[in-house]
Design a protein around this ligand. Structure first.
Ligand SMILES: [Zn+2]
Length: 472
């Protein structure tokens, strides 16, 4: 069965789950948008998708992907394969990072992002963030303002990671521009100077194995940077989104700052909930080199506690599919040469469903908030994305709570050649996935033939609206 964009579709017999409610209803989609929600909708002239026994939820929004590498060396995926992975996991919108490298302009980085998107068309809709690493050129301020006019309404800065790391003065500068332009600032919070010092000492002592990736980035390098990022944002009165938090202490810092009135949100990624630091000592330890590094097992429990208490707002993948070969070549040199990251877009929703909803840690509505609605709100896409409402895009995942799936690189869409979760079984997976009414997944299988995803310009950061709508 294929369903084209212009077709009329009815999703029948499921339970609609949004961030706020769960109720029984049919959903009808026409010309890519939801036009009606209710019981007993007229099916004549429609393709009918049976959702009996399933949840009908807004398609996932994954606001943290690196399908196209910022460096000269491409990773295993491009927009086509990366978004196939996203769709196969229930995600219908991604926000990818464009990356300004020092000595280049923001404008060129945005042009390059669009070139890559045109070269390898996506299956799902794609927005862009901009990694800002150099404001030391004449048009930098104009370029930053221009991004927002072009629908790129979030800037990311790095407190670690050469050569793109910024010092506090430069971060404050970006934050002031964000306030003036209506952008949200995302921060990669690790103390780069500490990590540099620890890394030099480790190399001098002859340590080369992957576990040193974690040993040179101990928890304090994250918590110090998290508290400094929050202080900088408060000084600038800028909204702040902290990517990939890995520690209970980081979540506590977010929660405390928010209680004091700061506009701070936190993100948690799949791998930090599942993979602990012992994975780095395995024979294939290089696969699990990602940043921040895998932590002690205890921290996973603390992250779940934070999730249960509603502290992180968004659950993301940080998909960066370096290949098996790239990982191994790096490991033959030393731990600093192993490319950071791995695939995850396809695993994200099932993994948190299995470990979060099925265990009773979070409700189905909180699952929708964490995997879709909150990101859509924070990144200027709501209610076009992130909810099921008349007028919203027909981006829907028909979620089968009983579908079993065993994760394996052999059946996943990413071209990385490995899965972080090889052989792990989860219960709860997409039965059907529709992006603007077009069927991408059916019967749990990725079936889309042509990539019809589009670039998604986003609205500016809506501070007042978010303060009002946001529950945490
Ligand atoms: Zn990332």
């Amino acid at each position: 069965m294929t369903v084209a964009n212009h077709c009329r579709v009815i999703i029948r017999g499921g339970r609609v789950a949004t961030s706020a409610d769960t109720y029984r209803a049919d959903v009808s989609i026409e010309d890519g948008r939801i036009i009606a929600i209710g019981e007993g909708l007229d099916e004549r002239g429609h393709e009918v998708i049976d959702a009996t026994g399933c949840f009908v939820m807004p398609g996932g929004v994954d606001p943290h992907t690196h399908f196209e590498s910022p460096t000269e060396t491409p990773s295993g995926d491009d927009f086509t394969s990366g978004t196939a992975a996203a769709a196969a996991g229930g995600t219908t919108t991604v926000i990818e990072f464009c990356s300004q490298l020092p000595g280049t302009t923001i404008r060129d980085a945005l042009d390059l992002g669009h070139e890559k998107l045109a070269r390898a068309r996506p299956y799902v809709d794609v927005g862009f963030h901009m990694i800002v690493s150099d404001l030391d050129y004449p048009q930098a301020r104009e370029d930053l303002a221009d991004l927002c006019a072009k629908g790129v309404t979030s800037y990311k800065v790095f407190m670690a990671m050469e050569p793109i790391r910024l010092d506090d003065t430069a971060i404050l500068d970006v934050m002031h521009s964000a306030v003036a332009n209506g952008a949200l600032v995302m921060v990669h919070a690790e103390n780069g100077a500490m990590i540099e010092g620890l890394t030099q000492a480790a190399r001098k002592a002859g340590h080369v194995s992957p576990v040193w990736h974690a040993r040179t980035r101990p928890p304090l390098t994250e918590t110090e940077a998290v508290s400094r990022a929050i202080a900088l944002a408060r000084v600038a009165d800028a909204p702040l989104y902290l990517v990939h938090l890995t520690l209970g202490a980081s979540l506590t810092a977010v929660s405390n700052a928010r209680r004091e009135g700061a506009s701070v949100w936190g993100e948690v990624c799949t791998q930090h909930l599942v993979i602990d630091e012992s994975y780095l000592t395995r024979t294939n330890g290089e696969l699990f080199v990602f940043t921040p590094p895998p932590r002690a097992k205890d921290e996973q429990r603390r992250l779940w506690e934070g999730i249960r208490n509603g502290i992180p707002s968004v659950f993301a993948s940080d998909h960066a599919a370096w290949t098996l070969q790239q990982k191994r070549e790096g490991a033959q040199l030393d731990f600093t040469q192993i490319p950071n990251g791995g695939p995850g877009a396809e695993n994200r929703m099932s993994m948190i469903y299995h470990r979060g909803v099925r265990t009773g840690t979070i409700s189905i509505n909180e699952f929708v908030s964490l995997t879709s609605t909150n990101a859509a709100r924070l990144f200027g896409l709501y209610p076009k994305k992130g909810t099921i409402a008349a007028g919203s895009d027909g981006d829907i995942v028909v979620w089968n709570p009983d579908r079993r799936r065993v994760f394996s690189a052999a059946t996943e869409q990413s071209r990385a050649g490995y899965s972080f979760y090889e052989d792990q079984e989860v219960v709860g997976a997409p039965e059907h996935v529709l992006r603007r009414g077009e069927l991408l997944v059916t019967g749990g299988r990725f079936v889309a033939r042509e990539p019809h995803g589009e670039f998604l310009p986003r609205r500016k950061f809506d501070r007042a609206g978010i303060a009002e709508s946001y529950r945490h």
